[in-house]
Design a protein around this ligand. Structure first.
Ligand code: PLP
Length: 393
């Protein structure tokens, strides 16, 4: 019954495994006794636009507003997205450059399928969001990973340059970053782009840069994520309201295509075809209306910032050496003795569930998603302290 392809994929992903471990512990000990830092499921209250769009939909509910539409989404929604981007970033997107998608995950899949032939290469920077590998496998794409600089957790640019080959078709960046919680500073973004520009100059090779930005607005301490299209013309921005509006289950995002790139119309056509051919048909009608209502709204970012500070400082006080992030809602914590598995077990024995860094190609670390309530963060700190005593006495 099961294809050979799926047989090779039967093992649950480490993130799912951690999530399920948390669920088992909750059944055993009760939800309030378990500190589930496993998945990045947002908990900040949704911005007002979400409820407004939903009540407007309820008021006028009927086939006309729930029906099929163009595969790229409603024109007025794409126009609103283009206008918002142009206002904020001085760009010149038209609605024809925006394709509405079922979240960033859909956009990434249709883009990979549109741009990279099986056997050709996609470059990602470790550590990286684990699903990138799964998505690449969907299309027979070879995933090439660039190691990070141990001191900064940012990409090693010499290794990046060395990783490019004639088969490189796309480079994928993500900042604010999952799993480090870091925002790339300008010099890191410029360094990446310089390598791509040099490659173009030296070999004539055009490589598409895809910026995966579901955490764009979740940046703290006044940090701003780089705007890649201003640095490199051939950039596709992939966005999602999953985290910025706390509507991850509604599945809504977009791909914004570079207006001046040669061949942009063909790329747009291929992405639209992908949405239909992969069975998405179009992004949800109601979710598009929510997105339009939230186009310039986000959750209250201080909700996560409070958690970030409490967790970081609490872990420091325990004697751990957490990485101080300034974006998204993740914190990376090195296992005190470098043994990730043992650290995960010790945490779980104290009912703290995290995800092992190996899932993101940064072994020896664990990732904590701090998108849980502030009360739970505070209540978890004595448990972390107990774990710390196992290592530091
Ligand atoms: N990209 C990154 C870096 C993510 O962390 C996630 C979700 O956690 C996604 C993409 C997928 O987001 P979406 O819910 O919009 O598909």
């Amino acid at each position: 019954m099961i294809s050979r392809f799926m047989q090779s994929r039967m093992a649950p992903s480490p993130i799912r495994e951690a999530y399920e471990r948390a669920e088992r512990l909750k059944t055993e000990y009760g939800a309030s006794e378990v500190f589930d830092f496993s998945i990045g499921n947002p908990t900040a209250p949704c911005p007002q636009g979400v409820a407004q769009a939903l009540s407007a939909t309820l008021e006028s509910s009927g086939p006309a507003i729930h029906g099929y539409m163009q595969d790229c989404g409603y024109l007025e929604v794409r126009q609103a997205v283009a206008d918002s981007l142009n206002r904020r970033f001085g760009s010149s997107f038209g609605p024809e450059h925006i394709v509405m998608t079922a979240g960033a995950a859909c956009a990434l899949n249709v883009l990979m399928r549109a741009v990279i032939d099986p056997g050709d290469e996609l470059v990602v920077f470790a550590p990286y969001y684990a699903a990138y590998r799964t998505f690449a496998d969907n299309w027979g794409i070879k995933l090439v990973t660039v190691p990070y600089d141990e001191r900064t957790m940012f990409p090693n640019l010499d290794a990046f340059e060395a990783a490019l080959t004639p088969a490189t078709r796309m480079v994928l960046v993500n900042t604010p970053h999952n799993p480090t919680g870091l925002v790339y500073p300008d010099d890191v973004a410029e360094g990446i782009v310089d390598v791509l520009k040099r490659r173009k100059q030296e070999t004539g090779q055009d490589i598409l840069l895809v910026s995966d930005e579901p955490y764009r607005e979740l940046a703290f301490d006044g940090t701003k994520a780089p705007w890649w299209p201003a640095l490199y013309e051939n950039t596709v921005v992939v966005y999602s309201w999953s985290k910025s509006a706390s509507i991850a289950g509604e599945r809504i995002g977009y791909a914004a295509l570079p207006p001046t790139m040669e061949g942009v119309d063909e790329l747009c056509h291929c992405i639209r075809r992908g949405i239909g051919e992969l069975g998405f048909v179009n992004a949800s009608a109601t979710a598009q209306r929510m997105a339009m209502a939230c186009v310039d709204q986000t959750v209250d970012v201080s909700y996560y910032d409070v958690n970030r500070k409490a967790l970081y400082e609490g872990l420091l006080d325990c004697g751990f050496s957490p990485i101080k992030g300034n974006g998204a809602f993740y914190l990376l914590l090195p296992a005190p003795d470098g043994d990730e598995e043992r650290f995960l077990e010790n945490l779980a024995a104290h009912r703290i569930v995290a995800v092992g860094g190996s899932a993101f190609e940064c072994p020896g670390y664990v990732r904590l998603s701090y998108c849980i309530s502030n009360t739970a963060i505070k209540a978890s700190l004595p448990r972390f302290a107990e774990v710390a005593r196992l290592y530091f006495g």
